[in-house]
Design a protein around this ligand. Structure first.
Ligand code: GLU
Length: 455
């Protein structure tokens, strides 16, 4: 039972709608979904759209569609663009508490400072020149028409420490970090402050994201503390966990990986369950199990199984997992994607041969015809002619036919089966003939055997 004082586990997935979700985002979304579901908690979608120029509405819709397709629908959705007033209030409170200060350096000046520091072999940390400006100097600059951007003042006296759910204890010296810019001169927001405000407002208990955010977390921990002191009394800082990044098979963060989205997967016949089965376990010490149901995957989700090494995403592995999943998809799950006339028996006969559901149409043509004319030698032509004569239609025509032919001709193995398969399907391999022959039907089967016999 949950302790009445303990807030429910609440996670969020916070994509910026500046592009389609790629496989790395999908993995983050899935893990947050599982973490919440495992504990009976809540999973929120937060659209990080403070960057009005780069954010697009069609991407917001695509993100929702993709999550639905994956079966990871959120319990609620928030949009940063609708919360600007809340950020302003938090900003004002932090400013009143002396934690936010104006700075006037231009991008060029900052770049120059960076170069000078690097040239001296020093880390390019912001030198806090703006912190030394007096009120009069600030007023004079504003009067002269300069508009400041705004930085959060890190507390250099308090070391930053957290127990990361994947990486273990993390420590940062705040003096080695730049005071982050939280708001631009035009009033727009950078990621750092709104995200912390939202996490507090939405009661997020666990932030699980990629390790490219580790240094953001260091800074945000101080932002969280300052926000709780200034305007969110009694709220809790979330727990943090950072996943190792996903890399391609060549071991690098490839461009390809960044461009692989749900649309591309869907087009290639990848089932959402395949992505889920693979991404649930990739980078963990648990095996990828195409047969595991989502509930089982969720039940075994555990940050303690996550490794620190980059997780390799292998498209060939995804294709294998996909095929295994297609082989067990029930008819009802695929009926609307199957070729006309293909019924449950047809699906069961054909699915073991499929890498994707779409391929069912190719195999179904073996049933409906026309099929390619097989080239049989004379002996085999005589053999299939005889097959047509001994064929007795029943519930199990293939078993009856092959055992009769075996007894009569002494043929076995390949010689017994292959010419029949070729005559009946025009192919040398394919679905189990015992399942396929009843679907082809007696009249078509006889016609195909006769035609093959004629050569
Ligand atoms: N919008 C941020 C990103 O996509 C969110 C990071 C976070 O999870 O806080 O990287």
């Amino acid at each position: 039972m949950t302790n009445p004082g303990t807030p429910p586990i609440t996670t969020r997935f916070a994509p910026s709608p500046t592009g389609r979700l790629h496989v790395g985002n999908i993995r983050t979304a899935l893990h947050n979904w599982m973490l919440a579901r495992k504990h009976g908690g809540r999973f929120f979608l937060r659209i990080d759209d403070t960057d009005a120029e780069r954010s697009r509405e069609d991407y917001v819709e695509a993100i929702r569609d993709d999550l639905n397709w994956l079966g990871l629908a959120p319990d609620a959705e928030a949009r940063q663009s609708a919360r600007l007033e809340t950020y302003r209030a938090a900003f004002d409170a932090l400013r009143a508490a002396g934690r936010i200060y104006p700075a006037f350096e231009t991008a060029q000046e900052l770049e120059l400072k960076r170069k000078i520091a690097l040239g001296r072999g020093l880390p390019p940390i912001y030198d806090r020149a703006a912190l030394a400006l007096s009120d009069d100097e600030i007023a004079a600059r504003k009067n002269a028409g300069e508009t400041p951007h705004w930085r959060f003042r890190l507390d250099h006296e308090t070391p930053i420490v957290w127990e990361d759910g994947i990486r273990g204890r993390q420590t940062f010296d705040p003096a080695q970090l730049s005071d982050p810019v939280v708001r631009r001169a035009d009033g727009s927001w950078l990621y750092m402050l709104p995200s912390a405000v939202d996490d507090l407002d939405m009661g997020v208990t666990d932030v699980l994201r990629g390790e490219d955010h580790v240094s953001n977390t260091a800074v945000q921990l101080q932002i969280f503390t300052a926000l709780i002191d200034a305007c969110y009394p009694g709220r809790q800082i979330p727990r943090f966990a950072h996943e190792a990044l996903l890399v391609g098979t060549e071991g690098k963060l490839s461009k390809r990986l960044g461009s692989l989205g749900c649309d591309a997967f869907r087009e290639r016949g990848i089932e959402p369950q395949a992505l889920i089965a693979l991404l649930a376990r990739l980078g963990t010490s648990l095996p990828v199990e195409p047969d595991a149901e989502l509930d089982a995957l969720t039940g075994s989700f555990d940050l303690a199984t996550f490794g620190r090494a980059p997780a390799r995403f292998d498209e060939a592995e995804l294709a294998r997992v996909n095929a295994a999943i297609v082989h067990r998809l029930p008819f009802a799950a695929v009926a609307d994607r199957l070729p006309e006339g293909m019924d449950e028996a047809g699906w069961h006969a054909i699915r073991p041969n499929l890498a994707t559901v779409a391929e069912a149409a190719d195999w179904w043509r073996l049933v409906t015809g026309p099929i390619a004319a097989p080239a049989l030698d004379e002996a085999d032509r005589g053999y299939v002619a005889r097959a047509e004569e001994v064929l007795v239609w029943s519930e199990t025509p293939w078993q009856a036919l092959t055992s009769a032919l075996k007894n009569e001709t002494g043929r076995k193995g390949r010689a017994l089966f292959l010419p029949l398969r070729q005559a009946l399907t025009g192919m040398e391999h394919g679905p189990d003939m015992a399942e396929l022959l009843p679907l082809i039907g007696e009249a078509a089967a006889r016609a195909r055997l006769r035609r093959a016999a004629e050569g």
